[in-house]
Each structure stands twice: as structure tokens, then as C-alpha cells.
Design a protein around this ligand. Sequence first.
Ligand SMILES: C[S@@+](CC[C@H](N)C(=O)[O-])C[C@H]1O[C@@H](n2cnc3c(N)ncnc32)[C@H](O)[C@@H]1O
Length: 285
Amino acid sequence: MKLESFRDLLEIYLRGKMPEEKLACLPSGFQRVGDVILLNLRPEVIPYASDIAFAVKESVKGVKAVCRIEEIEGEARMPKAELILGSDTITIHKENGCLYKLDAARIMFSKGNLAERGKMATLARSGEVVVDMFAGIGYFSLPIAIHAKPKAVYAIEINPLAFSYLKENIRLNKVDGKVLPILGDCRKVNLGGIADRVVMGYLPGTAAYLPAAFKALKPAGGVLHYHDTYSESELWDAPIDELARQAERNGFRLKQVLDKRIVKNYAPKVYHIVIDAQFETARPS
Ligand SMILES: C[S@@+](CC[C@H](N)C(=O)[O-])C[C@H]1O[C@@H](n2cnc3c(N)ncnc32)[C@H](O)[C@@H]1O
């Protein structure tokens, strides 16, 4: 038999261990974070989770733990994960020349954001001051610091667990002094107008954080990377209008939309989008 997919492999391992009709409900893919595998299991196959985890470990090289994962919860973006095989979910994930240490069962790592994490490093410019308002474990701060030669990246994170990994990752990637971690709510951390570029890698409801983003921008202006969720019918007028409106309220003018892109699907006909937009001062000189 020609092996065509991950599911074919799983079926071979699991035939005879679970009812034949449930084989079609096996997962067709998985997420790998370092040497930990995250599986989204349909309810029909949850009773066979440990057999499935064993089959995954046999099919994929270098796996030390397998978790069943459900939705990402709350402001601090904690995954709901159940360890099904192995004992340790702390791992180091390598991506875009960065090392991300994290507990894969307790901290999110979105594979849908991979391209965006890589792209941020190409957009930031040498010598810039960057404020990363939702730094997590360093998703964007690390690639920017490693590849873009900024003057400084202020990395703000509210979740103490993510913050502890952020600090560890700064050391691991040897960007101490370049990435400056700050534990707190980005709406309350007031750095003054210091940023050439502000990264807003959080959703949904990111518009509520725009006043804080404008406060972080240099008085003359700069670039915001605005992530949020929008439905198909709202693209692209609604997010661009939101940026223009909020800029005016905060002493800036939308000068130019530099780029706009869909990062991934969020829900049916709803997308995680990002807009790179440049703002200039609206204050009379
Ligand atoms: C999970 S990340 C987004 C994912 C990331 N863009 C990627 O590439 O995978 C969002 C982070 O923002 C943090 N966060 C949420 N609200 C915050 C706030 N008000 N201030 C600072 N950090 C916040 C969360 O704790 C989380 O670590």
C-alpha cells in the first residue's frame, strides 16, 4: 500500500485497536512545537487518545510528548491541553533562526502565524526602536532583534509564565540588552513616545489597544502593525477606517497603508488580518 498521509500511517497502527468506522475520524495532521506534538482530536476518537498518541510517537521522529489540545483561552492565551504521552512538555522550538523555549502545554505557539513571525524580521529597519505590545515568549521580538538590527525592542507581556520564558529566550538567543522585557499590561506601561514601530500581535478586539499604541509612537509618527479579526465583508475598509479614526483621536494622521494581508482563517469567513500602516503627526508644527 502506498502511504499518502499521516492519517494512513495512523490507520495502520490503529486498525484493530479501535472500531473500523472511527478510523475516518482520526486527525489528518498535527502541530509540532519542538519535540512535543499537539493533537486536535474529534470527540469520537477521544476514548482512544493514548493509542493514538502512541501511534503518533511511532510515526513521527524525535517526539518526547503528545498532548491533546483544545481552544486557546482568555486574554493570556493559555491553551487547554491534556498530556497523553510522555511527562515533560517543556521544549525548545527552532524557527526562522530563533530558539523559542516554552511549555507547549501551557503557552500557545500558533503554526498559522509562522509566516508572519518571519515577515516581521524583514519589515523592521536597522536602528529602530520597536515596541512589541503583546510579546508572549518573544514571537516577534526575537526575530526582529536577531535579524533586523534594531536599536531596542521593548517587549511587553502580561502573563507571568510567558514572561519568564520571554526572559529565558532573550538569554538563549543572546539578545540581552537589545530586547528589554517588561512585565505588565501594555495599556498601563507608559514608555512615552519612543517607538518607530509598534507591533500589535494580539486578537480579537485589538482596536481597544490602539490608544496605547499611538502613545508609544514617536511624536513625529511611525509604523503600526495592527492585527485583528474581520469578516470577509469588512475587508479592507473597516480596519483601515478604524485606524484612520483612532489616529485622529490620538494626534496622528494615517499617512499610508504599507501592506495588508490575511494571516489565517479565524472562523468561517472571518480572518486574522494584519495591516502595516504609517502615521504622521497631526499636531501643528
Ligand atoms: C499569544 S500572543 C499572540 C501570538 C503571536 N502573535 C504568535 O506569533 O504566535 C499574545 C500575547 O499577548 C499577551 N497579552 C494579552 N493581553 C496583554 C496586555 N494587555 N498587555 C501585554 N500583553 C498582553 C498574552 O499573554 C500573550 O502572551
